[in-house]
Design a protein around this ligand. Structure first.
Ligand SMILES: C[S@@+](CC[C@H](N)C(=O)[O-])C[C@H]1O[C@@H](n2cnc3c(N)ncnc32)[C@H](O)[C@@H]1O
Ligand code: SF4
Length: 363
């Protein structure tokens, strides 16, 4: 039996549903027994999950990486820590685990933080989005800049290993000349170890759809942030992620390196690597403790492996038939060669989807 040592758990509640958000979540309503129902859902899912593990020759090992995503997992509070420990730390943690929780500024309490810390939490991901009050409002966030800065100060004072989410492509940012560098200078004062940089992905019904910046503006923002963070010692190690050396997200690197990660919670997506030529992806349904299964064969895995290895700074060992294409990419500044591997530059990361289209056209 192969042991799986990583777990993602999706906590689908938020105090407010931000109008741009794509993730599965429900509004938290204290008059309902939402967390009790969630616990029942997780317990039923866990039974189904055990069957799945067994069916695919795998088993739950001591956890080396844990990631609680959302939604807003910090709303699960101390009750969540107790429930999680009782049911999901049954095999314990490895001696040096990475255990992350996503926290929205304004949704944490010292009690909640201490409860999770006491069961192994050692990394926090904070949904800051912007450090400008005008853009926080435009992004429909309920927390204020003060909420963010107060929380960041606590994290700095307590020397937490933490990551920040930062959003680009915000409506009105082009016409109001958003000062990205001033925001970065402010956030760097709080000593984050890791920064996730997202570009707003807006659906057609998004209320500010007419006020989004143009592609050229977003490209400049992205390259500015990348160059600036690199000048401050951060490593651009994945399309949307920057870290100080040694602080890369070990959990997310498992996905990007095609390693097994278990998942629980509605829409949580897990992956079992089943040798060189097969893998299984499963995604939890939202109303039933049941999964949708996707089996990946050799061909799909090969394509996925190319895509994933270009996405991270590990790089891709290029087969001979793509030589011409790589020379072309290098001339355009999209990649560089390091020994037998090709690694994308920050510009290449931004162009990843169109580079993949180039690759598919090579016969
Ligand atoms: C699931 S959220 C969790 C964190 C927490 N609930 C919060 O918002 O701070 C993870 C990140 O995804 C980002 N996100 C959500 N919808 C997005 C979209 N449509 N485009 C780009 N980023 C998005 C959020 O801004 C957030 O930083
Ligand atoms: S708080 Fe986070 S998860 Fe919830 S709606 Fe806003 S962006 Fe989405």
């Amino acid at each position: 039996m192969t042991q799986v040592s990583s777990l993602y758990l999706h906590v689908p509640f938020c105090v407010h549903l931000c109008n741009y958000c794509d993730f599965y979540k429900r509004k938290l309503d204290s008059s309902l027994n939402q967390f009790e129902e969630f616990h029942q859902f997780l317990l039923a899912s866990d039974l189904r999950h055990d069957e799945l593990l067994k069916e695919f020759g795998t088993e739950w090992g001591p956890l080396d990486t844990v990631y609680l995503g959302g939604g807003t997992p910090s709303l699960w509070e101390a009750v969540g820590a107790e429930f999680f420990q009782k049911h999901f730390l049954k095999k314990g943690l490895t001696p040096n685990p990475e255990f992350t929780i996503e926290i929205d500024p304004g949704t944490w309490t010292p009690k909640m933080l201490n409860a999770w810390k006491s069961i192994g939490l050692n990394r926090i991901s904070v949904g800051t989005q912007s450090l400008n009050p005008t853009f926080l409002k435009i992004m429909d966030r309920v927390h204020s800049l003060e909420d963010s800065l107060n929380f960041l100060q606590v994290l700095k004072d307590e020397n937490w290993n933490y990551s920040l989410d930062f959003l680009l492509g915000i409506p009105y940012s082009q016409e109001q000349k958003r000062d990205i560098k001033a925001e970065l200078d402010l956030l760097l004062k709080y000593s984050p170890k890791h920064i996730s940089l997202y570009i707003l992905n807006a659906r057609s019904k998004y209320p500010h759809i007419q006020k989004l910046p143009d592609d050229e503006y977003i490209r400049e923002e992205y390259l500015l942030v990348s160059e600036y963070l690199k000048s401050q010692g951060f490593h651009h190690y994945e399309v949307s992620n920057f870290a100080l050396p040694g602080f890369e997200s070990r959990h997310n690197l498992k996905y990007w390196r095609g390693e097994s990660v278990m998942a629980l919670g509605p829409t949580g997506t897990g992956y079992f690597a089943l040798g060189e030529k097969q893998a299984l992806r499963y995604k939890w349904k939202v109303t039933q403790a049941e999964v949708e299964l996707e089996k990946l064969g050799e061909q799909e895995l090969n394509l996925e492996q190319i895509y994933l290895s270009l996405r991270i700074s590990d790089g891709w060992r290029v087969p001979e038939k793509y030589r011409c294409l790589i020379e072309n990419w290098t001339k355009q500044g999209y990649c560089m060669e390091e020994g037998p591997k090709v690694k994308l530059t920050s510009l290449g990361f931004l162009m990843l989807d169109s580079l993949m289209d180039d690759l598919f056209r090579v016969k």
